[in-house]
Design a protein around this ligand. Structure first.
Ligand SMILES: Cc1ncc(COP(=O)(O)O)c(C=O)c1O
Length: 425
């Protein structure tokens, strides 16, 4: 066995450094290098990457413009925990393109950004509960991981704990099915007095909103005095330069950003309406209209230089047309592989995102996704991993980037077809 993997097994739970891959021990690899849409492991094997740092490397690994910008900043200091020119430029650019982002603050991850949105919503409204949608992920905070992979399928709006050690979620979280306005309205109307906000991924995982659904959720929030929080950690700068707000034309009150914005460097941003965001103003400390926010690595000049370069790359004319066209090509190619091998399944996603769900029925929400054959999904992901496609086998979500092309998608599909052609599946 590779000695690095033996060492990793002794020091990391599950043998891997930062969670979620859930690989069997014999399939664990150690990644050494990335370029474009490819990674190389410590044995020199080349992988096609369809995880892209869980979507954080939307502009590709070691993007030359990002490398140059970061390289210039590195000798000038990595963190002042204070305002710097790169942070200012990134904030101004986000405020320019995202209608909800009247004010911003930076932090170091999508989890952090979501925590601040949740706290602001509760502080500003003076109410203590949130409504989330079943199966949505909002980072590693308590509401973020609750009813994430529920198995008991309790009656709505009761939450199901996905993680031990998250007892408060039982008391301050309500759960609704995504894409069902009627149930959301019923829950909101019964609980409006205690609900601070609805928090949602506008495109939940890879499941698109039904026509009019996001508009309906926006109206519901307005009618019952709730804030609307968009978790744009995945959709931000990915579905459109202005994120899901621009893509779907629905404007939330608060937004969480992360992942793609940082070009692969640690980043998070919380943004929103000025009157809400101003609750972060330290002038207010000691009064009851103040919300605590402070992040040691938030807005650090390395991540901000990377974000500035990333946004410049993403602003290049044609980027989003290309990402959408490639996503469509990939999803169509995946669907063709399933069809040709007579395998029952759905290919879902939008923009540069795709997911295969082995279910005979259309997918609208968590429960329809959960009907899919999860064992088959896992076998497929592990089979791809074995064939040097790097991805996260805990789910079936796939990320493209500006470094992918049709040829790489074709290679993915050949490897997928090979799995289905074997007796293993
Ligand atoms: C929608 C969404 N929100 C929040 C997060 C958490 O971001 P981070 O891992 O940077 O804390 C993720 C991460 O996968 C995510 O997909």
């Amino acid at each position: 066995m590779n000695p690095l993997i033996e060492r990793a097994a002794k020091v990391f739970p599950g043998g891997t450094s930062n969670g979620e891959f859930g690989l069997p021990p014999e399939q664990i690899v150690v990644m050494e290098r990335g370029e474009g849409c490819r990674l190389w492991d410590s044995d020199g094997r080349e992988f096609l990457d369809f995880s892209m740092g869980w979507g954080s490397c939307l502009v590709g690994h070691a993007n030359p413009d990002v490398v140059e910008a970061v390289g210039k900043q590195v000798p000038q200091g990595s963190n002042f925990s204070y305002l710097n020119p790169h942070a200012l430029a990134v904030a101004e650019e986000i405020a320019r393109v995202a209608p909800a982002a009247e004010r911003l603050r930076f932090c170091a991850s999508g989890t952090e950004a979501n925590i601040y949105c949740q706290r602001l919503a509760k502080g500003y409204t003076g109410k203590s509960k949130l409504l989330k949608f079943e199966g949505a992920y909002h980072g590693a905070n308590e509401p973020g991981v609750t009813s994430l992979f529920p198995t008991q399928l309790l009656d709505f709006p009761e939450p199901e704990l996905t993680s031990a050690g998250t007892p408060m979620a039982k008391f301050d979280l309500l759960v609704a099915p995504y894409n069902d306005l009627e149930i959301a309205r019923k829950i909101v109307s019964e609980h409006a007095h205690e609900l601070a906000a609805i928090i949602m991924e506008p495109l939940q995982r890879c499941t698109p909103p039904k026509e009019g659904y996001l508009e309906g959720i926006r109206s519901l929030c307005d009618e019952f005095g709730l804030l609307l929080v968009f978790d744009e950690v995945v959709t931000g700068f990915r579905l459109a330069y202005g994120g899901a707000q621009e893509y779907y034309g629905v404007i939330p009150d608060l937004v969480a950003y992360g992942k793609g914005l940082g070009g692969g460097y640690p980043i998070g941003a919380v943004a929103g309406r000025a009157d809400i965001m101003n609750w972060f103003d330290e002038e207010r400390i000691g009064s009851d209209n103040y919300v605590w926010m402070a992040s040691t690595l938030g807005g650090n000049p390395i991540s901000m230089a990377a974000a500035n370069a990333t946004l410049t790359v993403l602003r290049t004319p044609g980027t989003y047309e290309r990402l959408h066209a490639l996503g469509k090509y990939f999803r169509n190619s995946l669907a063709r592989v399933l069809r040709d091998r007579q395998i029952t399944g759905q290919v879902i996603g939008d923009g540069p995102l795709a997911q295969i769900v082995f279910s005979p029925d259309p997918v609208n929400d968590y429960r329809s996704t959960a009907k899919g054959d999860k064992e088959r999904g896992r076998r497929m992901m592990l089979g791809l991993f074995e064939r040097c496609v790097f991805l996260n086998p805990m789910g079936t979500k796939l990320y493209l980037s500006i470094a992918h092309d049709e040829n790489v998608c074709d290679q993915f599909c050949e490897r997928l077809d090979d799995i289905f052609s074997k007796s293993e599946d």
